[in-house]
Design a binder for this molecule. Structure first.
Ligand code: SAJ
Length: 423
């Protein structure tokens, strides 16, 4: 089928690059977002998020008239929902943004339209979308009730792209297509053929939902194993980085890297969707979440202990702590759900500790971090610090001369200086 126009609902980290890439293939794209500032920025040809290569592709798409952002839904041939799915305080999935997106597009739906859910969602959400739409539009038929003959097609095709490589992975990754019926799946494939070069694999909507949750839970459990090892090794006086390197020489062992905890808005969230739907069974997945969520407090306690030692041993009153890196992973500017940011904030609450935060990818600190934290250059922070905490292994930190660390307490949460002879 030829798609005359495609509406992407939610112009965030997934929706905006997806809208831009479809538009770059000379298809008319309507980007729908509730935020007027976001819509104005995009219509000005600019991106409100940082992602390699996005600025240029977006500028061209908007200037050539293939991409327009709006705040009110307009008719289109296909609707691609890419809104956030956070969890509530008790870790219960919050699908209210999806529900709002469905209600926003329902009035403009026409027979023959395709609705695709891309947002990571609890099992059963795609079916719910079909049911919600049926309630809003009793004049049409939907696949959960009408099967292959439905007026509207509904599928789940989860996004699986890695922040920092989104534009590349959107094209090259394989695409899991979970239609509510086989016709829903076929039409979804037609849409993704516009820009996907990876393979298409077909399944039902529930398996597609669970597949995405499984991928991120797999990674979370594996990171938890590495983080737990780091705690065990610290207790036993073993260098965890060297241990992992050695163990990984085994042909069937591939341990991930410990760090300050798991950040971002996917891996620390999605396992809870599985836990919520099968709490009795998802014991390991839950324990992994707790291990990873506990790591920032463990790091904070290590720093507090180093500060206490300096006070006792050297009689220092105020201890200066340089926190190297605030982003949720290396070489990006994204501070959302960052354990490094949480560690900085926790340290700044401790009396007689002054935090010098270093984050080469940002211009100013977020308000949430508190007023006691100063954004400082790496060189200055290291020069002034009594304790240096390496939280994020940004490439830029390779410029820090090892001899500038001399005489400082060093807490290397990433193994950045592992194997290097520190003075
Ligand atoms: N991390 C470690 N140790 C490691 C690897 C990662 O501590 O060995 C930490 C990172 O520092 C970061 C967190 O885990 O704080 C998550 O980073 P990540 O690079 O593993 O993943 P994300 O959150 O950027 O993207 C993930 C990807 N999922 C998988 O790799 C299974 C991506 O493909 C998904 O599309 C994305 O989640 C998403 O949107 O769900």
């Amino acid at each position: 089928m030829k798609f005359g126009s495609i509406c992407v609902v939610g112009l965030g980290y997934i929706g905006l690059p997806t809208a831009a890439i479809i538009a770059s293939r000379k298809h008319r794209v309507i980007g729908l977002d509730v935020n007027q500032n976001v819509v104005d920025t995009i219509n000005g040809g600019r991106s409100h998020i940082v992602e390699p290569d996005l600025d240029e592709i977006l500028r061209v798409a908007v200037s050539e008239g293939y991409l327009t952002a709006v705040t009110e839904a307009e008719p289109a041939d296909a609707f691609l929902i890419a809104v956030p799915t956070p969890f509530k305080n008790n870790h219960e999935p919050d699908v209210s943004y999806i529900e709002a997106a469905v209600k926003a597009i329902a009035p403009v739906l026409q027979p023959g339209n395709l609705v695709i859910l891309e947002s990571t969602s609890p099992v059963g959400t795609t079916q719910k979308i079909s049911e919600w739409l049926a309630l809003e539009r009793p004049d049409m038929t939907f696949p959960h009730a009408a099967g292959n003959e439905s007026d509207i097609r509904v599928s789940h095709c989860p996004e699986r792209v890695l922040p920092g490589k989104i534009l590349q992975e959107l094209i090259t990754n394989d695409r899991v297509i979970g239609g509510l019926t086989s016709r829903c799946s076929e039409l979804s494939k037609d849409l993704y053929e516009i820009f996907v070069e990876g393979q298409f694999v077909f399944t039902d909507a529930q398996t597609a939902e669970m597949c995405k949750l499984t991928e991120n839970s797999f990674r979370d459990v594996n990171i938890a194993f590495a983080n737990e090892l780091s705690l065990i090794c610290d207790k036993l006086g073993i260098e965890v980085w060297e241990l992992i390197k050695l163990a990984n020489l085994h042909p069937r062992v591939d341990i991930l890297q410990p760090g300050p905890g798991v950040g971002g808005h996917c891996i620390a969230v999605d396992p809870w969707f599985i836990i919520h739907s099968a709490p009795e069974e998802a014991k390991l997945i839950k324990q992994a979440r707790l291990v990873n969520d506990g790591k920032p407090t463990w790091v904070m306690e290590k720093v507090a202990a180093a500060a206490a030692l300096l006070r006792r041993r050297d009689g220092l009153k105020t201890i200066r702590v340089a926190c190297l890196g605030l982003a949720f992973k290396p070489d990006i500017d994204d501070l959302r759900e960052s354990p490094a940011l949480d560690i900085c904030a926790m340290l700044s609450e401790i009396a007689a500790i002054e935090v010098l935060a270093v984050e080469p990818h940002i211009e100013s600190l977020p308000d949430s971090i508190g007023r006691n934290v100063k954004l400082t250059s790496a060189q200055q922070a290291v020069a002034q610090a009594d304790v240096v905490v390496l939280l994020v292994d940004h490439t830029a930190f390779q410029d820090i001369p090892l001899d500038s660390l001399s005489g400082k307490q060093i807490i290397d949460v990433r193994g950045f200086w592992s194997g290097k002879i520190l003075p």
